[in-house]
Write a protein that binds this ligand. Structure first.
Ligand code: ATP
Ligand code: FE
Length: 368
């Protein structure tokens, strides 16, 4: 099977070609960081218009660099949700138009299912179902039990903002240099990993308190909003509205914030894992924040602490496939076709809000 994937749920326009024997023949990602930098974040309308301009070229490039023509494609998978409606519609409509014109099956994929299953494409020895997946990105912070290809249970979700969004906000608050190549997350990671500068090498900032202690009321919930270090930064650098804080402050606040955020995630996942009814075959970390090396170290330490009968291995896709891409969308297309799906109607509603727990509930039985 050769599947073309198209992704445009947020600000990246992506197209990729993937085969059922796990080869990624092409993976084109056209980012909009330069537009986001201009507006201080993703603007739905600007992002939508940029997709309209770039998507045709991105699709053509994905076929060209795979060395294929549209006639070589067996099916087209596109992101059906969740995401921004205008953005989603550009990818979905491109996919459906090509599918209709070439009599090729089209299928609409859940973006977070694709993040969850990326390791099945990239890892030579991926976990079998059931496994846990932590999806940490700009829009999501969820811990999911992946029971089967099309069956997921959300075990943890955030009460307020997603961890990636919080990371971006803190990076902006600290006025870290804006990296147009990779977004702000990797920049904050670098500052957090850098050695403390005086005066913080002698007396480090006290660590931020963990949000939502592990009391029963908030057991199954994450929260990151309370970690936003606005007051701390204003105290350390009263001139924040006019100028960037000194690098010593940037590094220290980044480090203390990032530690608190990741300790919180690890503590909550440990709590859930101690209460699981059935053993799981692994913890898969995905989404943009999943590329953070400090987070990976923290999770590995957590898994060592949670003494389960059999050790739970940690999996993560290569960094380039942790953030949004169309290879993961094409791959879910491959898996669903292999599981018996023949294709979906071309007029299925796009789902800008879509829980992983209601997956494909509106796909007619005749499609299988
Ligand atoms: P979603 O997939 O939920 O719709 P998204 O499209 O923003 O959201 P991704 O592209 O998966 O998600 O991830 C982008 C987010 O990941 C951003 O918030 C970015 O700051 C964060 N991120 C990327 N790399 C790192 C890193 N090394 N450390 C921390 N955060 C990171
Ligand atoms: Fe994503």
């Amino acid at each position: 099977l050769v599947v073309l994937g198209i992704e445009s749920s947020a600000d990246d326009a992506c197209a990729a070609v993937v085969t059922s024997d796990r080869r990624i023949l092409s993976n084109v990602v056209r980012k909009q960081h330069h537009i986001n930098a201009q507006f201080g974040g993703i603007q739905p309308r600007e992002a939508h218009e940029a997709h309209i301009r770039t998507m045709p070229g991105v699709i053509a490039e994905s076929l060209d660099s795979a060395g294929l023509r549209i006639a070589d494609i067996d099916a087209i998978a596109y992101t059906r949700g969740p995401g921004m409606y205008g953005c989603l519609s550009v990818g979905a409509n491109s996919a459906r138009a090509i599918a209709a014109a070439t009599h090729t099956p089209a299928l609409g994929v859940h973006h977070m299912q694709a993040h969850a299953l990326t390791v099945l494409l990239t890892d030579d020895a991926p976990p079998a179902f059931p496994f846990l997946t932590l999806l940490v990105s700009g829009g999501h912070s969820i811990l999911v039990l992946a029971e089967r290809l099309d069956s997921y249970k959300i075990l943890l979700d955030t009460l307020d903002s997603a961890v990636g969004r919080t990371i971006d906000n803190v990076a902006r608050l600290l006025r870290l240099p804006h990296s147009t190549a990779a977004g702000l997350g990797p920049v904050l990671e670098q500052y957090a990993a850098a050695a403390p500068l005086p005066p913080f090498d002698a007396a480090p900032l006290p660590r931020a308190p963990l949000p939502l202690s592990t009391d029963r009321a908030h057991e199954a919930a994450l929260s990151f909003a309370g970690l936003y270090p606005d007051l701390q930064v204003r105290r350390l650098h009263p001139g924040i509205d006019d100028s960037a804080p000194p690098e010593a402050v940037q590094r220290e606040v980044a480090r203390v914030f990032q530690n608190a955020a990741f300790d919180h995630l690890a503590a909550k996942i440990a709590l859930v894992m101690r209460n699981l009814d059935t053993p799981v075959n692994g913890l898969v970390v995905s989404g943009g924040v999943g590329s953070n090396l400090a987070l990976r170290d923290r999770l590995r330490a957590m898994l060592d602490e949670v003494a389960t009968e059999t050790p739970v291995p940690l999996f993560y896709p290569p960094v380039a496939l942790c953030t949004d891409n169309a290879a993961m969308i094409a791959w879910v297309g491959v898996l669903r076709l292999q599981a018996g799906l023949k294709g979906e109607p071309l007029d299925l509603e796009l789902r800008k809000k879509w829980s992983l727990e209601d997956l494909y509930d509106d796909v007619p039985a005749s499609c299988y």
